[in-house]
Design a protein around this ligand. Structure first.
Ligand code: BYC
Length: 338
């Protein structure tokens, strides 16, 4: 994919991604064409010319998104062997597999921008690339699994539906399928909590409330820093990569979730959460941004454990990669001989 994308860019007169930007007349013309397409709400395909900064911004966001899906398998995978019924085990197994699939679509979308899968994974394993802060929190009880479905996947959908209209077409296409599956994930989480709240014991209801208390604030952090501190937002919104700001998405999530919490019979751990008729939105309390930056910086409750698990999986899988390559070489030799 790398060489193909680069060849096509070279044919269109683009400079190689590592070359110094020299703004020739041809490049200025290509840039004007790119900007006009963005202004018209059009899509950019992998073979189209794009500014280097646009390419790097997408690579950063899509690869971090892919890493989040793969690391996100760990907290839930932790409960597959302990799911309370066969039905819940089958659902959880399918959900965790779906997350793996999302990671693969997203790595494939990132590869169209000129980095190999090995390079993308190396950035994760060496700690250079980020993944979502939310997956650095532990899953202590079975209720955490329902809450991840309801709140974590709920927040993810809120953020990801606008990405289906992202200006980079391979990312937008991947997001359409991912959003359909995330929507199922959110509902299964909510259903599992509803069963515990409506038919469970007092201890089970307390377990759900405890899980909600622990996950609520980290979920609000998933949308990223406040707009005033979001370094990438202005440019990403200008390019149609992001369509809705971090704070606006966070507000939409709070407004939708408060109503769902009422049906569940659960309270959200924020004494300042209150309907504001003037704004037409719920007001909510201050988010602990120090905690957010600590977790993003590598010092959350499970950062080391998560990264170690991914590095170990990569190392343990070396023989599979070697066997697959040996098989490919054998097939090629046989095809040449035939
Ligand atoms: N965690 O300028 P900003 C899932 C970083 S997986 C960590 O606002 P941007 C699921 C940000 O990267 C869902 N880092 O950035 C899977 C930047 O640092 P760098 C994952 C964060 O990119 C399994 C810096 O802070 N979803 O659903 O404009 C099971 C400044 O931020 C976070 C996606 O990845 C964070 N929460 O906006 C269940 C969606 N927030 O890169 C569920 C795609 C910010 O300069 N990504 N940072 O070093 C996006 O929509 C955007 O990248 C963000 C951030 C809204 C997350």
């Amino acid at each position: 994919m790398y060489t193909q994308a680069m060849d096509l860019m070279a044919k269109e007169g683009a400079s190689a991604p590592t070359a110094k930007p020299v703004r020739s007349a041809q490049e200025m013309m290509l840039e004007q064409r790119f900007e006009a397409r963005i202004d018209d709400g059009g899509f950019i395909e992998a073979k189209d010319w794009m500014p280097e900064h646009y390419r790097r911004t997408l690579l950063r966001q899509i690869s971090q998104h892919a890493h989040s899906e793969i690391v996100g398998m760990l907290p839930e995978g932790n409960w597959i062997t302990r799911a309370p019924t066969l039905k819940r085990k089958a659902i959880l197994l399918a959900k965790v597999q779906d997350e793996g699939g999302h990671g693969l679509y997203l790595y494939a979308a990132a590869e169209t921008l000129g980095q190999s899968r090995d390079q993308l994974l190396d950035a994760l394993h060496s700690g250079k690339a980020k993944y979502s802060s939310i997956f650095n929190y532990p899953t202590l009880t079975w209720a955490d699994i329902g809450v991840i479905g309801w709140l974590v996947d709920g927040a993810a959908i809120m953020n990801q539906v606008p990405l289906c209209r992202c200006s980079y077409a391979p990312y937008a296409r991947a997001m359409i399928r991912i959003c359909r599956e995330e929507s199922f994930h959110q509902r299964q989480g909510y259903d599992s909590l509803l069963v515990m709240m409506q038919h469970g014991t007092d201890a089970q209801r307390e377990m759900v409330q405890d899980a909600v208390n622990r996950w609520w604030w980290p979920c609000l952090m998933m949308f990223g820093p406040p707009d005033g501190e979001s370094v990438h937002s202005a440019q990403s919104m200008r390019w149609g990569i992001k369509r809705i700001s971090n704070d606006d998405l966070r507000q939409k999530f709070v407004d939708a979730t408060v109503e769902q919490a009422k049906v569940l019979g659960i309270s959200l751990p924020d004494p300042e959460l209150k309907w504001n008729a003037e704004r037409g939105h719920y007001d909510f309390g201050a988010i602990d941004w120090d905690e957010f930056w600590r977790v993003v910086g590598g010092d959350g409750p499970c950062n080391r454990e998560r990264l170690n698990a991914r590095v170990k999986a990569w190392e343990d899988g070396a023989w599979v990669r070697e066997a697959a390559l040996a098989h490919q070489r054998k097939q090629q030799t046989q095809a040449q001989a035939a």
